[in-house]
Design a protein. Structure first.
Length: 534
């Protein structure tokens, strides 16, 4: 008997009936299991070809099976790492596109970069499988599954801040296309729902009969039904008619000074059309829509300000900005900025991006890595902003999220805590081409709208721009790489907050405390290696 099949029999034959589905899976060699899991998970996450959300559960299911059948913690760690590395590198394949096309990195050198990033991210899946293995003989099966789910939530949360954070492949984002499936994040948060899904996956393959699957399904149904008990309030108030202006500007020409005037003319023309034909009350342009310093008095800036005065319509736009300072030799600090221009043609406030993209907007340890340059065109690194105070105009308090800030729950939480009644995400997803990334980015932003009970306006340079309501419904979207105006006339500034927002600190603390308590308690109990507690 091979080691692989011996492991199968050790885990599933001594004290539990062998289900036919488990038998079929373990008839496959490990490399085949990895291949099947990778293909299923790839189609489970958003992609431009065929999105089948439930298939994302193949990932935590395969990891749970590794943890439940490994013969040592080392084996669980290694196999969990390898599976995570392969799956995540496949889902993050699009990283090659900006590195090769805009980072001037030869294709053959850019090709392994998703693998390098996934190798780091896979440490989280390796820790998951190893720890679930270590307590599997010390906890009764309900507590073991609870430990696995809470551990998954904890690790996803940690992934959101370790090494600046990259919580991109969080499980609920795959299900965001179905708002009902993720509506419970208004109570549990995204990481909490991820833990629930991981617990479901673990219960589905736990040794024993189908009863454990039924119990797991009932638990998930109870979590998904939480919004029915206390739905977020939607106040009846004046609605807003906003226009997203997607200029469709080619990134290859965007920062070329000879194209700047054409860029301004494109946005001015589309904005005039949005106001005259669609009666827009608010105009929104994408991240760095204006590739020059709008805050300076120059011909291009005056065209933008004149547009706002002539249309008498407030404008949110993205552009580089700076603050004069004596803290560095240059005499100024550069920011990735969102400006609010009032109908009188004056810049009234702005927001500076806080969570910058490593190697895209700044180089970590730049003094020690002088041979590494940014992918974003510019003469110096951006600096992070320090405030999430909303941009206010009349009864609107606009909480701004620039680019991939929309993937971080804490930034939207801070915006709403500071009084935002509407969330605005301006982004430049041109870097990613027609890959999975624009779709994945869109569905991650859906989670922020539900968590905070806020309408979310998403404006990008080349798509996918969208209007999202406070329940996660995508009201309208733009096409990729197309010059387009998107208008929605029933946006509601909201002030009511969710259970998740109110108890945010305690909920996030529980992600870490629950697996810690269960793990410590398990370690004080004797190991039931011969007679398992399930």
């Amino acid at each position: 008997m091979s080691r692989h099949h011996q492991r199968f029999h050790t885990a599933f034959t001594n004290d539990a009936p062998i289900r036919p589905d488990i038998r079929v899976w373990y008839a496959l060699p490990f490399w085949a299991q990895v291949t099947v899991t990778t293909v299923l998970t790839w189609f489970g996450f958003a992609n431009p070809f065929l999105h089948l959300p439930p298939l994302v559960l193949a990932f935590p299911t395969a990891l749970a099976m590794i943890a439940l059948t490994a013969t040592s913690p080392g084996q669980a760690f290694k196999q969990g790492w390898f599976l995570g590395m392969v799956v995540m590198s496949a889902c993050l394949y699009w990283i090659v596109i900006p590195l090769n096309r805009y980072g001037s990195i030869p294709f053959l050198l850019a090709l392994p970069c998703p693998l390098l990033l996934a190798s780091v991210l896979a440490l989280f899946t390796a820790v998951y499988t190893a720890l679930v293995y270590l307590v599997r003989y010390r906890l009764a099966w309900p507590l073991h599954i609870l430990f696995g789910g809470s551990l998954w939530a904890c690790l996803e949360m940690i992934q959101g801040w370790v090494c600046t954070g990259f919580p991109w492949l969080t499980l609920p984002s795959a299900l965001s296309v179905w708002p009902w499936a993720v509506s419970s994040v208004a109570f549990t948060g995204t990481y909490g729902l991820a833990g629930v899904l991981a617990a479901l996956a673990m219960g589905a393959v736990y040794p024993g009969g189908y009863g454990k699957i039924l119990v797991s399904l009932l638990f998930v149904a109870a979590i998904l039904g939480l919004p029915l008990l206390n739905p977020p309030a939607t106040e009846t108030t004046d609605t807003l008619r906003a226009a997203l202006v997607q200029g469709g500007i080619d990134q290859d020409h965007k920062w070329d000074p000879s194209f700047q005037n054409a860029t301004v003319q494109t946005y001015v023309r589309l904005s005039q059309q949005a106001v005259s034909q669609e009666a827009a009350q608010l105009l929104i342009w994408p991240e760095t829509a204006m590739p020059f310093y709008v805050q300076e008095d120059n011909e291009l800036s005056r065209k933008v300000l004149d547009l706002v005065r002539q249309t008498q319509t407030p404008l949110i736009l993205g552009a580089p900005g700076y603050t004069v300072t004596k803290d560095n030799a240059l005499g100024y600090t550069l920011f990735n900025r969102a400006f609010l221009i009032s109908p009188n043609g004056r810049i009234t406030s702005w927001y500076d991006k806080q969570h910058l993209v490593p190697f895209g907007e700044y180089v970590p340890l730049a003094s020690r890595l002088p041979f590494i340059h940014k992918l974003v065109v510019g003469s110096m690194d951006f600096s992070p902003g320090m405030s999430s105070i909303p941009l206010v105009h009349g009864n609107l308090a606009l909480g701004i999220l620039i680019c991939y800030e929309a993937i971080f729950p804490e930034l939207a939480q801070e915006c709403v805590s500071k009084g935002a009644n509407l969330l605005v995400n301006i982004s430049n997803d041109t870097w990613f081409g027609a890959s999975s990334a624009p779709w994945q980015h869109l569905y991650l932003s859906v989670l922020r709208a539900i968590e905070q009970n806020r309408f979310l306006i998403r404006c990008t340079n080349t798509g996918i721009s969208a209007f999202i309501d406070n329940h996660g419904h995508i009201l309208d979207t733009s096409e990729l790489f197309k010059e387009q105006i998107l208008v929605w006339d029933h946006l509601i500034p909201l002030t009511a907050t969710t259970w998740y927002h109110t108890w945010y600190t305690y909920i996030h603390t529980s992600y870490a405390v629950l697996p810690l308590i269960l793990g410590c308690w398990a370690w004080t109990r004797p190991s039931h290696l011969e007679k398992r507690p399930w």
